[in-house]
Design a protein around this ligand. Structure first.
Ligand code: TXA
Ligand code: MG
Length: 381
């Protein structure tokens, strides 16, 4: 049955022991909190247990999993014998581990089953910073493969309640560690290319700016600093269609069961398109079916949109604020919670206002664009 134990004090150790028993002895999955989102974990070196992750989520078999470790000693057991870290990887691990950064390593086929990497020659590994995640991996004494603990295609859960609502009856144990601090997934980095550059396969909790800053600091004058390339901005993987670099990129993602529209108020519309005024856009959506609609609205707390909405009568507005425009880490923390909360409130559709694509805003907009079926170009008059 479903179980949401509160994790504190002396109970914590007993819960971790139970969870480790599920993982190691029963070859079962366990849902656990990380600093990014909740994970659906299984012992990574056990193909049978890891297969349950795919069936529970309805995850396509060609989308590989991230392996979570609690120590550098555990990391080394997973890598090819004699593997040496590059200077860039050493800098990234020293500065961002434990934390929301995933690195691709060459796969050691002796220890990593093919189901984990979906046949890729690399394996994605990270060391989470959440104390419960670290403790669970350490008590189980095993690396845990863990995607986000949601049905494939849905927004990732940032609270145990989100998981319970989505995976009820499909997972034997959920460890409740409260709300996740980062709120969206780790940054996935590929530094295995011969050119020595750092490719951001998925923007996430560690920002491009933070990675660039660390590389600038770690390299001496005259040394070639690796470039940080962001997928679709700085490079396009030509083999994307046939064999995507991050296979997760080709699936629809992060969508609640109600339609999501992105309101582009920051970036300029493409050539030939002109923006609609916020007032006339809101009037248009107010007359949508069912009439009057229940509209979910996700926008920064200091956005001009709230005043515009106050003037727009008819719909029932369900508001969820993303924190101050000046603090994109707050938008990151609140985005999935907002989508899932508004969905649970039974809104007919959700409007999300654009944030600037700097710092955590890059990852926020990456998730919003994947969740949104439509984009509207809007200007405040
Ligand atoms: O923050 C996170 O990373 C969370 C928590 C639970 O740790 N996990 C997570 O896992 O987001 P998931 O499965 O939802 O996303 C894993 C991403 C996918 O985009 C997948 O395609 C990519 O990592 N990935 C995994 N292994 C890869 C590999 N060998 N090569 C390229 N991309 C890989
Ligand atoms: Mg996911």
């Amino acid at each position: 049955g479903l179980n949401l134990p509160k994790l504190h004090g002396s109970e914590a150790h007993a819960i971790l022991k139970t969870a480790a028993h599920h993982l190691c002895d029963l070859h079962e999955t366990v849902v656990f909190p990380t600093e990014t989102v909740y994970g659906l974990g299984a012992v990574a070196t056990n193909a049978e247990a890891s297969a349950k992750i795919f069936s529970t989520k309805g995850r396509p078999a060609d989308n590989p999993l991230i392996v979570h470790v609690s120590s550098f000693g555990m990391l080394e057991t997973l890598l090819p014998p004699g593997y040496e870290y590059s200077k860039a990887y050493r800098a990234l691990m020293e500065n961002f581990w434990p934390g929301p950064l995933t690195l691709l390593f060459p796969r050691n086929a002796e220890v990593i089953p093919t189901i984990i990497t979906a046949g890729q020659s690399s394996v994605a590994i990270r060391m989470p910073s959440h104390p419960v995640a670290r403790a669970l991996i350490a008590v189980a004494n095993a690396p845990l493969a863990a995607p986000s603990a949601n049905t494939s295609g849905k927004p990732s859960p940032t609270r145990a309640e989100h998981v319970a609502r989505d995976l009820d009856g499909r997972v034997p144990l959920i460890i409740n560690g409260g709300a996740c601090g980062v709120g969206l997934e780790s940054t996935v980095v590929d530094g295995l290319n011969e050119d020595g550059n750092i490719r951001i396969l998925r923007p996430g909790g560690i920002t491009v700016e933070q990675i660039e800053q660390v590389l600038r600091k770690e390299y001496r004058e005259g040394e070639r600093i690796p470039r940080v390339l962001v997928h679709k901005r700085d490079y396009q993987d030509e083999t994307q269609e046939a064999a995507p670099t991050t296979p997760g990129m080709k699936y629809t993602h992060y969508s609640p069961s109600v339609p999501v529209t992105l309101l582009s108020t920051v970036s300029k519309p493409p050539m030939g398109e002109s923006p609609t005024s916020m007032k006339s856009y809101l009037e248009r959506v107010s007359s949508k079916q069912p009439h009057p609609p229940k509209i979910g609205l996700l926008a920064p707390s200091d956005s001009k949109i709230w005043a515009a909405v106050d003037e727009c009568e008819g719909p029932t507005w369900h508001r969820f604020d993303l924190g101050l425009i000046s603090d994109p880490s707050m938008s990151a923390q609140r985005l999935f919670d907002g989508l899932l909360t508004l969905e649970a409130e039974g809104v007919d559709f959700i409007l999300v206002e654009e944030v600037a694509e700097t710092h955590e805003g890059l990852a926020v907009m990456n998730r919003v664009r994947k969740a949104a079926g439509d984009v509207e170009w809007i200007e405040y008059s």
